[in-house]
Design a protein. Structure first.
Length: 126
């Protein structure tokens, strides 16, 4: 089980979500002790917050491949599940959800990029 919080404004939970999915499918964590994949490189599995790079280290990729090889023949495994919608009647896409709440979806308010741009900035350049 992976638990992630996202504030619903700026996808601040995306790095932790990606980390949790990677761990659920067998990725190993990078660490100070691991000379091949030290946590100082900043890959996704180098930190509990998802690291500074949106990519997996070679060690994590290897761990995922190993996990898959060990489990690919199991019948009860996550990649054989057929997902179902939590709210099947809801057909609203995220863009409409944010627009209806008067939220500028182009504004980046995450930890890593405090203010990238706004939709208004982009339209004034045209």
């Amino acid at each position: 089980v992976g638990i992630v919080y996202d504030n619903g404004r700026d996808f601040n939970g995306a790095p932790v979500f990606a980390l949790q999915v990677a761990l659920l499918i067998g990725a190993g964590r990078d660490s100070k002790e691991n000379k091949n994949c030290p946590s100082s490189k900043g890959y996704l599995t180098s930190s509990s917050s998802g690291g500074s790079l949106p990519a997996l280290s070679e060690c994590s990729k290897y761990s995922i491949r190993e996990f898959y090889s060990r489990n690919k023949h199991r019948q009860k495994i996550c990649w054989r599940d057929t997902p179902s919608a939590a709210q099947p009647e809801n057909k609203v896409l995220p863009e409409r959800f944010y627009r209806e709440r008067d939220h500028d979806v182009c504004t980046e308010e995450g930890r890593r990029l405090r203010h990238l741009y706004t939709c208004e900035d982009q339209s004034s350049e045209k």
